[in-house]
Design a protein around this ligand. Structure first.
Ligand SMILES: Cc1cc2nc3c(=O)[nH]c(=O)nc-3n(C[C@H](O)[C@H](O)[C@H](O)COP(=O)(O)OP(=O)(O)OC[C@H]3O[C@@H](n4cnc5c(N)ncnc54)[C@H](O)[C@@H]3O)c2cc1C
Ligand SMILES: *[C@@H]1O[C@H](CO)[C@@H](O)[C@H](O)[C@H]1NC(C)=O
Ligand SMILES: *[C@@H]1O[C@H](CO)[C@@H](O)[C@H](O)[C@H]1NC(C)=O
Ligand SMILES: *[C@@H]1O[C@H](CO)[C@@H](O)[C@H](O)[C@H]1NC(C)=O
Ligand SMILES: *[C@@H]1O[C@H](CO)[C@@H](O)[C@H](O)[C@H]1NC(C)=O
Length: 535
């Protein structure tokens, strides 16, 4: 093909002209740092890195971390310091706590995030970014040997003039967001447990108590403020960089670091709910009730539910978390559930703040963890089969110290799927024609690293069996929920070929050198699962 034809074609696609505005072909990291007021030649540790890649990761990161320390002394913590252990000790899973970054950097504003990304580019030192730190596997939000950017201190929550939009820094978790908005009688569509971060949650989807009313969190974003790979700070909305806006709603950490989440506010009325727990003799009725509530979402969108199947001291139990976004103890939609005899029921009136604190207690820190989801059609017979199969297979991990396998069912209802077309749609690739969708995930914790392989192999073999059956009865949906995905899964591929290709072309436009793919290698990249395990 003639060069001009090629360039013309790219230009017609909007790739060439726009891309060069974001990051020109002759982009110069050193001068981009100068534009941010950072003169590399004045920083002792960085002088020798001017334009050169370090020969070892250790040297690269020593230089990058020294550079950050020179610029932002009190915001950088090296190994064996209190700031460092505060960071490593406060992840949800042990797998993430074990990661040893070269240094931890706590930016206080967006331009400092730009500087960190550019110093990574200058030196070749890898980085990772952490909001709430709830992603469970190694390297997802902390960089082994690299720079771990901790958003902790970018924790503002402010309202615009008419209070329709809350501007939320990525250092917030949902407790801090809801607590800041509660005095105004407001909330946002956000997480259901207090310590989940805003950062990862919104970029992967975000299932809320309010999702039948408003959709997932990613479908309630007015705009994002994003640090592109060039350090440029972009405001990204339906009308500005709309392609990137689409990509960020499901695309995870592949496109930039988000320094502000501007989320539409919603009213925060008093709620009612809790966990109603049933014995195995009622499982069939529980699944029937679950399916009915999911199918009845449009009759009453105030209801939200998930059902967890587990075994406690040898007794099989189903625990249904039934939440209502009004203070009503006996809404029609939950009557069927409430007619099934229960061994316990914790339902009570709660504010949203109280609700997320209450749910937090079910999810202790400092354990080895895996979350691992699949998706199928909402099909009652299939759900019953999966439940039976789960209980028939958990003996495979009997004897693993501290193991607590759970399988959880949630519905992606027709209402939620409809809301996914708001604001030009999102990247998740979920089609209303395939709905409602049954999202199932295994969640388990255990104690010893020596058992990791055994646990992963169990979950893998369980899902292999379930997926084979789902395909044979025609209910399989290739969608993988990123926020629950294990390191062996590839959620981007699960969004479908067309969406994957679109995400890749958007990444090429905003990050032509693939900085967010290679220098930030953790979590779910555009090409393939983080770990390709053999079991
Ligand atoms: C106990 C528990 C309860 C949960 N409850 C729910 C629930 O109710 N609904 C639901 O949908 N999900 C839920 N999840 C899943 C949750 O959404 C994911 O774990 C999510 O990734 C958490 O986000 P985080 O910011 O805490 O994680 P982090 O580990 O900090 O981040 C996850 C990924 O996002 C990236 N990231 C974080 N911030 C930014 C940013 N500002 N810019 C760019 N990339 C960023 C990180 O680099 C990392 O790769 C729950 C998980 C747990 C463990
Ligand atoms: C990049 O910019 C710096 C600072 O402006 C300059 O000294 C250097 O020569 C530039 N490098 C290239 C390859 O143009
Ligand atoms: C570590 O965390 C504690 C408790 O949150 C805090 O008081 C302390 O200042 C932190 N130390 C550093 C060095 O960040
Ligand atoms: C709605 O729920 C009722 C019982 O609670 C049930 O009889 C009905 O079938 C449900 N509707 C759908 C569409 O599932
Ligand atoms: C399970 O058994 C242990 C040990 O006997 C006991 O301490 C614990 O309270 C039991 N848990 C429940 C939920 O009954």
């Amino acid at each position: 093909m003639h060069l001009w034809t090629l360039l013309g074609g790219l230009s017609a696609l909007g790739l060439l002209t726009h891309a060069s505005e974001i990051e020109p072909m002759n982009f110069n990291v050193t001068s981009a740092l100068e534009d941010l007021g950072v003169d590399v030649s004045s920083i002792p540790a960085l002088k020798s890195f001017n334009g050169i890649q370090a020969r070892s990761a250790e040297k690269a990161c020593a230089a990058a971390c020294s550079g950050l320390s020179f610029l932002y002394k009190s915001q950088v913590s090296g190994q064996n310091s209190a700031g460092y252990s505060n960071f490593t000790d406060s992840f949800w899973s042990v797998q993430q706590e074990e990661v040893q970054p070269h240094c931890v950097f706590r930016p206080t504003k967006n331009t400092e995030v730009s500087t960190a990304v550019l110093l990574s580019r200058l030196t070749g030192c890898e980085f990772a970014a952490r909001s709430g730190g709830h992603a469970a596997f190694t390297g997802a939000s902390s960089s082994p040997g690299g720079i771990s950017i901790w958003f902790k201190d970018m924790n503002e929550v402010t309202l615009n003039e008419d209070k329709s939009v809350a501007s939320i820094g990525p250092g917030n978790n949902w407790l801090s967001v809801y607590s800041a908005l509660e005095p105004y009688g407001l909330a946002t569509v956000g997480g259901r447990a207090s310590s989940i971060g805003v950062g990862g949650f919104v970029l992967g989807g975000g299932i809320s108590y309010h999702s039948n009313l408003y959709g997932w969190a990613c479908d309630n974003v007015e705009s994002f403020e994003v640090v592109a790979a060039s350090g440029l700070i972009l405001t990204v909305s339906e009308s500005s960089h709309s392609d990137l806006y689409w990509a960020l709603r499901g695309g995870g950490n592949n496109f930039g670091l988000v320094t502000k989440y501007n989320l539409y506010t919603i009213p925060a009325p008093k709620m009612y709910g809790g966990a109603r727990t049933f014995l195995q003799t009622s499982f069939k009725s529980v699944i029937n009730a679950f399916i009915n509530v999911a199918n009845n979402a449009s009759v009453d969108p105030h209801a939200q539910q998930y059902v967890a199947f587990l075994q406690v001291n040898g007794t099989n139990l189903a625990s249904a978390e039934l939440t209502y976004t009004k203070d009503d103890s006996d809404p029609q939609i939950f009557k069927q559930f409430r007619s099934i005899p229960a061994v316990s029921d914790t339902a009570s009136s709660k504010t949203l703040v109280e609700y997320v604190k209450y749910l937090e207690t079910d999810n202790p820190f400092h354990l080895r963890e895996v979350y691992w989801p699949i998706a199928v059609e909402l099909d009652e017979a299939f759900a019953n089969w999966v439940t039976q199969t789960f209980y028939s297979m958990i003996s495979q991990v009997e004897g693993v110290a501290g193991i607590q396998p759970v399988i959880i069912y949630q519905a992606i209802t027709d209402l939620i799927l409809e809301k996914m077309s708001r604001f030009g749609g999102n990247a998740l690739g979920l089609d209303k024609a395939d709905g409602p969708v049954l999202l199932m995930h295994i969640s388990t914790w255990w104690s010893d690293e020596a058992d990791d392989e055994k646990v992963y192999a169990f979950v893998n073999s369980f899902w292999e069996k379930v997926i084979a059956q789902a395909k044979s009865v025609g209910v399989y949906n290739e969608y993988i929920y990123m926020n629950y995905a294990s390191m062996f899964q590839d959620p981007i591929a699960g969004y479908g070929e067309a969406n994957k290709a679109k995400l890749k072309s958007i990444a090429k436009k905003y990050d032509p050198r693939g900085v967010y793919q290679t220098l930030q290698p953790g979590y779910f990249k555009l090409e393939g699962a983080p770990v390709t395990g053999s079991f």
